[in-house]
Design a protein around this ligand. Structure first.
Ligand SMILES: C[S@@+](CC[C@H](N)C(=O)[O-])C[C@H]1O[C@@H](n2cnc3c(N)ncnc32)[C@H](O)[C@@H]1O
Length: 207
């Protein structure tokens, strides 16, 4: 995965303040949080939540409404930022989503937002889904980019600043199957316009 590493905690802070500042990104951020809140409420999801990758901690306040939150990230600076500046999570660890240093069934929910579109190899994505099934007792929430006609046209016309992997629905479903997760619900953040989908999985039984 090609992802720019933050060099210090202030860089994470600047990202946290700037990333969702424009009106359209603020709107997307609001939509994503509303959908996540709705999913947790509808399915009565509560317990110990592992937020991986935590990044700038965008979801920490919302997730903490539903239980004790642990944060994890491959980068050291996001982990430090959560500990020193955000201060909501019960613990913050350095971890690769494909190899989480926690025991089997040690959390109730794994929350993984905006990582999958940066994972360009099928093998990596399936390994992560398998690892989520191992570590979470009950639930997994994952966001991923799936193709839609309008979005495909948009991406062809306007060059994107970073490489993003957009999967076909059937490709993603096959990966979920291999990962051993059961798809409960999939919601489009902006139907037809934005590729981001928010998926809820149960770790009990595959699709
Ligand atoms: C776009 S941020 C997502 C943060 C947050 N979930 C959100 O939606 O705002 C991506 C984060 O993924 C982290 N990351 C990249 N590869 C990772 C991996 N294999 N395991 C865990 N974290 C990873 C990066 O360090 C970065 O902080």
């Amino acid at each position: 995965m090609a992802y720019k590493k933050w060099k210090d905690v202030d860089q994470v802070k600047r990202y946290a303040l700037g990333r969702y500042r424009s009106w359209d990104q603020r709107w997307i951020d609001k939509r994503e949080k509303k959908i996540v809140q709705g999913l947790f409420t509808k399915h009565k999801i509560r317990g110990i939540i592992l937020d991986i990758p935590v990044g700038s901690g965008r979801f920490q306040p919302l997730l903490s409404e539903f239980g004790d939150v642990l944060s994890a990230d491959l980068g050291y600076m996001p982990v430090l930022y959560q500990k020193e500046r955000v201060g909501i999570c019960c613990g913050s660890i350095n971890a690769n989503a494909g190899q989480i240093p926690l025991q089997t069934n040690s959390v109730d929910i794994i929350f993984c937002f905006r990582l999958f579109q940066h994972m360009h190899k099928r093998k990596e994505r399936v390994a992560i889904l398998r690892e989520f099934k191992r570590v979470s007792k009950s639930w997994v929430v994952v966001s991923c980019y799936l193709s839609s006609v309008l979005h495909n046209i948009h991406r062809r016309i306007i060059q994107q600043p970073s490489r993003i992997t957009i999967l076909k629905k059937r490709e993603f479903k096959a990966e979920i199957n291999e990962g051993g997760l059961k798809l409960i619900e999939m919601t489009s953040v902006v139907p037809g316009l934005h590729a981001n989908r928010i998926c809820l999985f149960s770790t009990k039984g595959s699709a």
